[in-house]
Write a protein that binds this ligand. Structure first.
Ligand code: ATP
Ligand code: MG
Length: 324
């Protein structure tokens, strides 16, 4: 049971599963959603670009929330979301900056399509929307692999300060415009749609940043396998969380642990290394048959244990321990 390792949780609360590609983020997220749905209304949202959740849970389509007893599930559609973002940009260009038509709005849009950060922004906006849903006590977020996920977590703060700068520039332009207009006796609109949109965006990014930073509202769960690369990424994510959000992982999950029998030095070293990372640990054994249905994951929940204790490796003082 994962929830034993998580301690007491307030509501609403969001869990964000992070880790290298293929380690078991989606599987862990489903397991967590299953358990949380026993104590509250739960939404599982996957941002995995490969959309594996659709197959795992037999969801009919991406982009919509589906009821998948005992929780609700949602597969984000990256292509659809970036398309929507570009459409919004087109609308903004046409309504807020009509003069750009002269400069060829099409080429601006074409450039935007390939601009770094577009995918991250689409995910950030969706994440922000999901945080705003009031129908759920628990939100479990299955993140894309490490690189993209870390950028998604770092950018809200950066965008907030960037927008603060833009709001400042826009405010000064408007103040100058009003002063000149008043002198010339021209009637002027008090509300400025560009400034309003900038403020709206700034509030969205800063709201998400505040939620991500708040341990009462958000917990990070990092998944790895007992191999050097996934473990390296686990440490990198831990570092990135501390640097960009001043956050600590709530739980480290070591998935696909081979029980007892494997005694190769490299394997044991990876496991020891994992156990020495000073955050609570939980482990999932390697199953003979890879889980592929919700029932498989239900069975897997029963097998969660504390491999650090089993192997007798050092353990963070005060970390939750497995109940006997
Ligand atoms: N404990 C386990 N034992 C055996 N197989 C497992 C275990 N956990 C997950 N798997 C299998 O490993 C594969 C990857 O798992 P999963 O899709 O959960 O990883 P992921 O981190 O979400 O991958 P991606 O980065 O591609 O989204 C799947 O085929 C899954 O069934
Ligand atoms: Mg996945």
């Amino acid at each position: 049971m994962f929830t034993e390792y998580l301690g007491i949780l307030g509501k609403p609360h969001t869990f964000i599963a992070l880790g290298k590609g293929g380690v078991g983020k989606t599987t862990t997220a489903i397991a967590l959603a299953l358990e949380l749905s026993r104590i509250g209304r739960t939404l599982l949202a996957s941002f995995d670009p490969a959309k594996h959740l659709l197959k795992y849970l037999e969801l009919p389509e991406a982009g919509r929330i589906h009821s998948r007893n005992p929780f609700h599930a949602y597969q984000f559609d990256l292509e659809q979301a970036t398309g929507k973002l570009l459409k919004e940009l087109r609308g903004n260009l046409e309504s807020l900056a009509p003069s750009l038509k002269v400069l060829n709005a099409e080429s601006v849009l074409k450039a935007a399509r390939y601009t770094p950060g577009l995918e991250e922004d689409a995910i950030i906006r969706e994440l922000s929307r999901l945080y705003g849903l009031t129908d759920y006590d628990y939100l479990v977020v299955d993140m894309p692999p490490t690189g993209l996920a870390i950028r998604v977590l770092m950018l809200p703060e950066l965008y907030t300060s960037w927008l603060d700068g833009l709001i400042d520039v826009r405010s000064r332009i408007l103040s100058l415009k009003y002063t000149i207009g008043r002198v010339r006796g021209i009637r002027q609109e008090v509300s400025d749609p560009v400034l309003n949109r900038l403020i709206e965006l700034r509030n969205m990014y800063s709201g998400l940043y505040t939620n991500l930073k708040n341990p009462e509202r958000t917990s990070f769960i990092i998944v790895a396998n007992p191999e050097p690369l996934p473990l390296y990424e686990m440490k990198e994510i831990t570092r990135a969380l501390a640097e960009s959000l001043d956050a600590r992982p709530r739980l480290l999950v070591m998935n696909k642990v081979v029980n007892g029998m494997v005694r190769q030095a490299e394997y044991l070293e990876a496991l020891r290394d994992y156990c020495e990372i000073p955050f609570p640990h939980a482990c999932i054994p390697l199953l003979e048959k890879p889980p592929s249905t919700i029932r498989d994951v239900e069975a897997l929940c029963e097998k969660v244990y504390d491999c650090c204790r089993v192997y007798g490796y050092s353990h963070q003082a005060g970390a939750p321990v497995l109940k006997d």
